[in-house]
Write a new protein. Structure first.
Length: 402
């Protein structure tokens, strides 16, 4: 898969100061996580602005759109008083509305829009993180926020629709073992299945298994320091694993459906695994999870995902193409400090054998992508942040994989 075109569509170093939301000067470095969709003849991209967890630059989301994928305009800022907005994801509902779901986190106690505690599955302390949705009939005018109580204390990272119903896998302390949620309208969500990660057992991995300059060692050290200074009780942190690694349940997960209704999911599992899950309709309550292997060179030589995907399969996306194949994409970080700035990688998914066959890698595109098939091409939104002059959102156009 070669890039046909690559274009910067949004420059985060020149955010319009008329917004009054950021001070003068360059935009702060941070995660962009741009998503992509086509809706009623327009391209829409949702991106994150600001540095998550830095009070001087509260993160927010922005919706931009374009008729020709060249000239883009801002149509909506998504903000939350007293909280950070991140991971904006688009989908089209069963009745044809554009839906964006996002995460509000680091909410200040007593701040604006503070919801009550959930009564059915209470967690300690006030709500610090929740999943919310907005709906629009034209992509420009959006109704009010829908903060269903089931979204309190959980992250519904990304969604998938089938036959008028929308599904999402939630994670977090409340949903540590994975919860499958479903909604018919994007407003009210209900639990479809609990503890869906029960069949996943993380293989043991110690620091001795990795090169001395491996990036994963740094991540483990950072996690350890974060736990020592204290964390939000609703956050997703568990006890130390072997060799100082944080042993966690799977987190970000993307869903897709096969023609017979089978659900297929790719999830980011700690510390270094991309895992593949399968469940059958109609209840989707029995999931089988396997660690993937990777055919990195397309030669049939398989290696464990942990050896090749660096930290994890960050921000996974899975799409079923018009020819029936499944593609997965995500941030496959470079394994070592010497290898550089991160890597966005696109894979073909072999569900039966739990194999990811690499189709293309894009170095330097380290942020979570959006992926769309359109007019016989693959369109990928991604972020770059390593160099100030290139900091922004990019749209890649590639040929469809052979």
């Amino acid at each position: 898969m070669d890039i046909i075109k690559s274009r910067k569509i949004w420059d985060l170093n020149s955010i319009e100061k008329a917004d009054g939301a950021l001070p003068d000067g360059p935009a702060p470095g941070g995660e962009i996580h741009p998503d992509l969709i086509r809706y009623k003849g327009y391209w829409y991209c949702g991106l994150k602005e600001g540095a998550h967890g830095v009070s001087d630059y509260p993160s927010r989301a922005r919706v931009i759109r374009s008729k020709d994928a060249i000239h883009w305009e801002s149509v909506r800022r998504v903000e939350w008083a007293g909280g950070h907005v991140s991971d904006l994801k688009f989908s089209v509902t069963g009745d044809g509305m554009l839906m964006m779901n996002t995460i509000v986190s680091d909410m200040q106690a007593g701040g604006d829009n503070q919801p009550p505690l959930e009564s059915e599955r209470p967690c300690r302390g006030p709500v610090r993180r929740m999943s919310v949705t907005w709906l629009s009939e034209d992509g420009v005018h959006w109704g009010g926020v829908h903060a269903c109580p089931t979204g309190f204390h959980t992250i519904r990272y990304i969604v998938a629709w089938r036959r008028g119903m929308c599904y999402s896998i939630g994670y977090g302390i409340k949903d540590e073992k994975g919860t499958l949620y479903r909604t018919a309208d994007g407003r009210m969500w209900h639990v479809m299945a609990n503890d869906i990660y029960d069949s996943w057992s993380c293989p043991e991995l110690s620091a001795a298994d990795m090169p001395a300059d491996d990036q994963r060692l740094k991540y483990a050290a950072l996690e350890g320091r974060r736990r020592k200074v204290g964390v939000d009780p609703n956050d997703i942190t568990q006890a130390d694993g072997p060799g100082g690694f944080a042993a966690k349940s799977p987190s970000e997960a993307a869903l897709e459906f096969l023609p017979d209704g089978t659900a297929v999911a790719v999830a980011r599992a700690h510390p270094v695994f991309a895992i593949l899950g399968v469940a059958k309709p109609p209840c989707y309550d029995k999931w089988t999870w396997r660690a993937t292997q990777v055919d990195w060179n397309g030669d049939g030589n398989l290696r464990p995902a942990g050896e090749l995907l660096g930290v994890q399969m960050g921000g996974p996306v899975i799409r079923r193409l018009s020819d029936g194949r499944l593609l997965a994409a995500g941030r496959a970080d470079a394994s070592t400090e010497n290898e550089g700035f991160g890597r966005l990688t696109v894979f073909e998914v072999d569900v039966d054998n739990a194999v990811l066959k690499r189709l293309a890698s894009f170095d330097g595109c380290s942020h979570y992508p959006g992926v769309m098939e359109h007019e016989g091409k693959l369109w990928i939104s991604c972020g770059r942040q390593q160099r100030a002059e290139s900091f922004g959102v990019y749209l890649l156009q590639t040929k469809m994989p052979d």
